[in-house]
Ligand binder design. Structure first.
Ligand SMILES: *[C@@H]1O[C@H](CO)[C@@H](O)[C@H](O)[C@H]1NC(C)=O
Length: 215
């Protein structure tokens, strides 16, 4: 009696682990071959015999990103696009710079949970739970504090000080993806019809037009 229960329990656990992040690798590494025309889930592998240390490496994360933009922040990504050796490994990194009172606007990563640490400054962070609660879970982080953002949930950060903030975040995907809410909703190409957005957000059509022109 116990054996089948254990077996199915194990099966269920295996599936939940497999679905929690990128699929597990079936070899030591699969360095992305940027020249391959093969389309797979991820990127095709280079011949392992040709793989070098440079395929696993990136330089320059000590440099501040340029925050002279409308939101006052800059994300410098280190994912499979910068490190081909991350292909199939389910992990990546970003550096985020924030000007005083700069924000990283509400966005979501369709493929990754994120864990962020503040290296410098004071950063307000928050995420919103899914329907029907839509509860905001937020706090202010100081230097050395760590916060995590569950996969798929809308989240943001704001520098709540007069100095710069620097944060480093790890993400549980080689290619986490980013959906910035304002850009996706008001800045799609082609545009979502104005009457749909007016009804969805309970806004006057002129306000929707104005938002669409900004994104
Ligand atoms: C930062 O970006 C702004 C706006 O794009 C640009 O004008 C400025 O030259 C950039 N600064 C540096 C140091 O690259």
């Amino acid at each position: 009696m116990a054996a089948p229960i254990l077996f199915f329990g194990f099966l269920a656990l295996s599936f939940s682990f497999a679905l929690a992040s990128d699929p597990s690798p079936l070899q030591d590494f699969c360095v992305a071959d940027g020249d391959s025309n093969v389309l797979v889930n991820g990127l095709a592998c280079k011949d392992p015999k040709t793989v070098q240390a440079s395929h696993f490496s990136f330089s320059g994360l000590h440099l501040a990103g340029n925050t002279s933009n409308a939101v006052g922040s800059r994300v410098t990504t280190v994912n499979v696009a910068q490190i081909p050796g991350l292909n199939t490994l389910g992990i990546s990194l970003v550096r985020i710079d924030y000007a005083p009172w700069g924000i990283n606007p509400p966005h979501t990563h369709p493929r990754a949970t994120e864990i962020l640490t503040v290296l410098e400054g004071c950063l307000e962070v928050g995420f919103v739970t899914s329907n029907p609660e839509n509860r905001l879970i937020a706090k202010v982080l100081q230097k050395g504090d760590v916060f995590s953002f569950p996969i798929g949930l809308v989240h943001y950060q704001r520098n709540v000080g007069n100095g710069n903030v620097v944060a480093i975040a790890a993400l549980s995907s080689q290619n986490p993806g980013v959906i910035t809410i304002a850009n996706a909703v008001f800045g799609s190409t082609p545009e979502i019809p104005v009457d749909i957005l007016a009804k969805a957000f309970q806004l006057d059509k002129n306000v929707v037009n104005s938002l669409q022109s900004k994104f």
